[in-house]
Design a binder for this molecule. Structure first.
Ligand SMILES: [Mg+2]
Length: 250
């Protein structure tokens, strides 16, 4: 009897797994058959391909001031979109804000480190001949420095000079069209729910949230609009997910 029951129970358990665990997002959804074809992988840069070194909270506080920062943070539980927020400011105030942002980004560049598992994952993608792109809200200079310093290149690599930037789906759709692939043949990997997962889901791509510290397990993220298809705590796990869930075919 337990044998007869085990299979349906397992399927039910797997399907319902996210609701029974602390995370609001599925770490490992059921494997569908046939497996989805994957032709390219698009990465976020800061905090995904590189170790997070930019203190975003301090940056937002410097740009907005303490009170405004607290007010906006309370209104935006999944995170503050600082670039969007300063878009309508008057030119002088806006220039100061951009200077403050650039200052935090520059300090981040000095301490730039590649994320553990990034080189291995890119090597794996190369072995499967899968395309590799990059979308960042950071500036082009930071992408150039990444390419130079770590010798791993992404093409296309779109920085915030490309408008509109994430979480708009435009940069991801641009990459898909440059690659001549469909958005549902691509996975977007990033550490930001509000930028990377939102951009990926809006474009119609698969998404994978890198959550090293489990911060997205917090209840404030339970009811967000866009949820990732996969959640991992390291880039090494991404490799396993790609192998288990996708037909990797350039
Ligand atoms: Mg990031």
């Amino acid at each position: 009897m337990p044998l007869l029951l085990s299979k349906p129970f397992l399927s039910f358990f797997q399907l319902s797994k996210p609701r029974f665990f602390m995370s609001h997002f599925p770490n490992l959804p059921p494997i569908s058959s046939p497996r989805a074809r994957l032709r390219g992988v698009v990465f976020d840069m800061d905090g995904t391909l590189t170790v997070p070194v930019i203190d975003f909270a301090a940056m937002y506080r410097a740009v907005l001031g303490d009170d405004e920062y607290r007010r906006i943070k309370a209104q935006n539980p999944s995170g503050i979109d600082i670039l969007h927020h300063i878009e309508d400011w008057d030119p002088d105030k806006q220039r100061k804000a951009y200077d403050a942002i650039a200052d935090y980004e520059r300090r981040g560049l000095d301490r730039l480190q590649i994320m553990p598992g990034a080189a291995e994952l890119c090597g794996f993608l190369d072995s499967k001949k899968l395309r590799r792109g990059l979308i960042t809200r950071n500036v082009k200079m930071a992408v150039d420095l990444f390419h130079e310093r770590f010798g791993i290149t992404f093409s296309p690599a779109l920085s915030r000079e490309f408008r509109p930037y994430k979480p708009d789906p435009a940069p991801l759709l641009h990459i898909c069209s440059a690659w001549e692939v469909q958005p549902n043949e691509v996975i977007m990997i990033g550490d930001s729910l509000k930028d990377d997962v939102a951009c990926g889901k809006r474009a119609g791509a698969f998404t994978c949230l890198l959550d090293e510290t489990g911060r997205y397990d917090s209840p404030e993220y339970a009811n967000v609009e866009f949820k990732p298809d996969y959640k991992v705590s390291s880039l090494a796990e991404v490799l396993s997910i790609l192998e288990a869930y996708f037909e990797l075919a350039p």
